[in-house]
Design a protein around this ligand. Structure first.
Ligand code: GTP
Ligand code: MG
Length: 326
């Protein structure tokens, strides 16, 4: 007897949405984003409080498009700039379809983690918790108390131990995130990496080199703005004039360095990365300016581009009605 005709099974639905990376400073959020994208996009450093913006990175997978938002670390901020940065992080958390909490499994940051746990109680979203830096754990049994703690703290959370630096279990993490996303279309074309303009990345990468090459309070007192960004009509050269804003004359001396050596080192390192990303010849001229105590000055903070953008927090990332509400 013939089998009755069968309708072929429907292909699995395409999934898409926003995954916000949130966590204490220095947990490895930006390192994880870069690892996932396979590109250096977000700036990283061993010093805490490196990221100051909400930065989109688009991850393309066979059945899903994940719009990752990197954010500044959350902690009990006291000064004006840091309060602004933590607000930026919470605004990106509110945009999420799925929250990806990144924690440093090797060095839990209890106060920031309590802050996060409290906030998670008020947010009805799927939560995935990445217990990062497992490469630093001599004995993986050290993870157990952490897993038990977070499983009790956030009931329905999926926990994935990872190493963002080495790539361990990052694929498993991506599978858990894709499965938690709602069904939806891709929002960006297949080759999209971010919606951030190149001039933004240029400013950020200069700031990263200041984090890498200077110490003490200097990276924290530095902001970078781009004054000129010109692409040659032939399209193969970019000329960038950047200003590094610092809080005091003494900091200016250090960033310029003896005979301009430090400024040259910062500029060259940032230029090489920009050339690698764009495949173009880049002329980068950084100069240094003092804007006294700008971190205490709300207007300067906004002028340097910090703080959640006013108005629609989705900044046109995708149509408002498709976002799960809060
Ligand atoms: N050993 C190890 N180090 C890591 C791992 N992930 C990140 N790091 C390091 O941790 C430091 C902080 O990484 P970031 O990615 O800048 O951390 P972040 O959470 O973005 O920090 P903020 O932007 O300051 O909030 C850097 O020195 C990274 O190299 C990991 O899996 N293992
Ligand atoms: Mg970061």
């Amino acid at each position: 007897m013939d089998d009755p005709p069968r309708t072929p099974p429907a292909p699995p639905a395409f999934r898409s949405g926003i995954v916000t990376l949130a966590g204490p400073p220095n947990a490895g959020k930006s390192t994880l984003l870069n690892r996932i994208l396979g590109e250096k996009l977000s700036i990283c450093s061993p010093k805490p409080q490196t990221t100051r913006h909400r930065l989109l990175g688009v991850c393309h997978r066979p059945g899903a498009q994940i719009l990752f938002l990197d954010t500044p670390g959350v902690f009990h901020a006291r000064d004006r700039l840091n309060r602004t940065l933590v607000e930026t992080a919470w605004a990106a958390v509110a945009e999420a379809d799925v929250l990806l909490i990144v924690l440093d499994a090797a060095r839990p940051a209890s106060a920031s983690e309590r802050l996060l746990a409290e906030r998670l109680k008020t947010i009805a979203r799927p939560v995935v918790i990445a217990l990062n830096k497992i490469d630093l754990l001599p004995d993986k049994s050290g993870l157990l108390p952490l897993i038990e703690h977070w499983a009790a703290e956030v009931r329905a959370a999926t926990l994935v131990p990872i190493s963002a630096l080495e790539g361990t279990q990052v694929e498993e993490l991506l599978q858990a995130l894709s499965a938690a996303l709602p069904e939806g279309p891709p929002y960006f074309p297949e080759d999209a990496l971010t919606d951030a303009p190149l001039r933004f990345l240029a400013a950020e990468w200069i700031r990263e080199k200041i984090f890498a090459f200077t110490g003490e309070e200097i990276p924290y007192a530095a902001a970078v703005t781009i004054e000129t960004f010109e692409e040659a009509p032939t399209g193969n050269r970019i000329r960038i004039e950047a200003i590094i804003h610092l809080e005091r004359e003494s900091q200016k001396g250090i960033v310029i360095g003896r005979g301009g050596a430090m400024l040259k080192k910062i500029g060259t390192a940032a230029r090489l990365e920009l050339e690698r990303l764009t495949g173009k010849k880049v002329f980068l001229r950084p100069t240094v300016r003092v804007e006294r105590n700008w971190r205490k000055n709300e207007r300067a903070i906004r002028r340097f581009g910090y703080g959640a953008p006013p108005g629609d927090p989705s900044r046109g990332l995708r149509p408002r009605q498709t976002m799960s509400g809060e």
